[in-house]
Design a protein around this ligand. Structure first.
Ligand code: HEC
Ligand code: HEC
Ligand code: HEC
Ligand code: HEC
Length: 397
């Protein structure tokens, strides 16, 4: 029998081996503060005024923990004893290592942009695999979040209006002052840069002109936890860089949706006919490639996890509970048709949520329900095909 890695053992080990995240100072209770809690922002983001959840409830700190243990030989040896699937975990964990700090975001981003973008987010960081999730919050709640973030900004000095005659000089500075080591700028400097640094083609919508200048001159003056270093840029150079970022044509082609996947077998796991007696795909394979590797992190079986069910099962990010656990074969079989549809919906969202270096996010009509896996790249076509084949064979064990 395959041991369950997710359950008590991992939780207990986490509590024993590791200190919890420091608790952030409490902010003023407000509508924005409540909406931030309802949206579970702190599962992924360092969030001002909200305590970080414990490791077992945080997408970020558990993934970081897996990586840090795998780099420490004695901790790794202990983990291998405790979790027989350890080598698979460390091979697979790839996401949530550079999720932006919301304090740093609040310090520089325009609240109006935050509100609009939270309602229909798009990929900002070409070197980061995961994207911001679609939230199940109302536009009033998003407005409260944006206002709450906006209230945290320090004032910045006024600067001259952006001037197109600075574009060339700003472009040269961008290449020579080290910006391209971390950032892309559309198709002009396609990077892809480091995971934490946004593609600066979006900044003209995200930031006010004066604040871009202040940020380029000294990011940590706007927020002490800014990752971008102070590069000693003069005011005059910061203005030229800003004018390049705000006025130059970033070029680039619009990201395209992949062609529709057709001829997928129809799921037949509802018990009306027995599973194929000569199956080509087994549960073990779809578990290790899709459901156990990715989906279970939000769709847990509470019976195997001390009552924890995850945001995709018990509700989260503002969405209501679905009751869908994807940890057991039975749980997956029960929702086979909806699962296949949800995975196909994610492909439709890709041109907005996965934007490669040099591309522009597409404006698309999103499916009403979010595609799955939420906030992550779509399951590769070969794996969707594999899942469909397994479902067509009656979801054999
Ligand atoms: C499941 C993880 C997850 C949750 C939950 C989540 N986010 Fe995010 N968020 C991300 C990721 C990943 C990014 C980076 C996206 C990118 O750069 O393309 C992001 C980016 C952002 C940004 C842009 C910041 C910047 O520096 O560019 C804002 C603002 C934001 N999120 C707000 C929120 C708020 C508010 C909530 C809660 C209501 C929330 N997020 C919940 C994963 C999450
Ligand atoms: C208790 C630790 C833990 C927590 C909490 C956790 N994960 Fe994971 N995550 C893992 C491990 C271990 C793997 C590798 C699983 C495997 O391959 O069997 C993984 C793999 C993944 C993967 C596939 C590989 C990758 O990194 O892209 C995704 C996606 C993922 N987790 C998303 C999430 C999300 C979203 C959350 C928060 C809702 C979360 N995880 C919370 C431990 C955790
Ligand atoms: C060592 C990596 C690094 C270098 C070099 C760097 N940046 Fe950044 N920059 C970042 C990161 C990471 C962020 C995201 C916020 C943070 O610092 O936490 C950022 C954010 C920004 C932003 C805010 C944009 C937005 O849309 O949110 C601007 C503008 C910016 N950088 C401009 C520049 C310019 C101009 C240069 C060159 C003079 C430069 N950066 C050099 C890492 C870097
Ligand atoms: C980051 C967390 C997260 C991940 C990862 C995730 N889900 Fe979900 N899932 C959710 C949330 C939240 C909902 C509720 C959304 C809603 O109400 O439409 C949901 C809803 C669903 C639904 C119900 C949709 C419907 O028709 O009502 C299905 C089916 C589903 N997920 C399948 C999957 C599959 C399959 C995977 C892996 C490929 C996956 N999920 C990965 C969070 C997640």
């Amino acid at each position: 029998m395959r041991p369950v890695w997710w359950g008590f053992g991992l939780l207990a080990a986490l509590t024993l081996l590791l200190a919890l995240h420091p608790v952030v100072a409490a902010g003023e209770p407000s509508g924005g503060h409540q909406a931030v809690q309802k949206g579970d922002c702190a599962m992924c983001h360092v969030t001002p005024g909200v305590a970080a959840p414990d490791r077992a409830g945080s997408c970020v700190s558990c993934h970081e923990w897996v990586r840090s243990v795998s780099q420490n030989p004695s901790a790794r040896a202990k983990a291998m004893e405790f979790f027989p699937l350890w080598p698979r975990y460390e091979r697979n964990v790839a996401s949530y290592f550079a999720v932006p700090d919301l304090g740093v975001a609040a310090a520089r981003l325009d609240p109006a942009w935050i509100q609009e973008w939270l309602g229909n987010p798009h990929d900002l960081r070409p070197a980061m695999p995961e994207t911001m999730v679609r939230l199940g919050l109302s536009s009033a709640e998003l407005g409260e979040i944006a206002a709450w973030f906006g209230a945290q900004q320090v004032p910045v000095p006024a600067t001259p209006t952006p001037d197109p005659s600075n574009i060339e000089a700003g472009k040269n500075l961008f290449a020579t002052r080290g910006c391209i080591a971390c950032h892309s700028f559309g198709a002009v400097y396609p990077g892809p840069g480091i995971p934490a640094a946004p593609d600066l083609q979006h900044s003209r919508k995200r930031m006010k002109a004066d604040r871009i200048v202040a940020w380029i001159q000294n990011p940590t003056a706007l927020h002490p936890k800014a990752i971008m270093p102070n590069l000693g840029i003069s005011l005059a150079d910061a203005i030229q860089l800003r004018d390049f970022l705000m006025l130059a044509d970033p070029g680039g082609s619009t990201a395209k949706a992949p062609a529709k996947l057709t001829k997928l077998p129809r799921p037949s796991c509802d018990g009306s006919s027995p599973p194929s007696s000569t199956p080509t795909v087994r549960w073990e394979q779809v578990e290790s490639q899709v459901f156990g590797k990715i989906c279970v992190h939000c769709h847990m079986d509470p019976a195997q996890n001390e009552g924890r069910a995850g945001p995709g099962n018990a509700g989260g990010f503002g969405w209501a509970a679905t009751g869908i656990e994807l940890q057991s074969r039975e749980g997956v079989a029960k929702h086979a048709p909806a699962i296949l549809e949800a995975m196909l919906r994610r492909r439709e969202e890709l041109p907005r949520d996965v934007v490669l270096p040099g591309q522009i996010p597409a404006n698309i009509q999103r499916p009403t329900k979010p595609g799955m896996p939420l906030g992550l790249p779509a399951i590769p076509d070969a794996d969707i095909q594999l899942v469909a084949t397994w479902m067509g064979e009656g979801c054999p064990g």
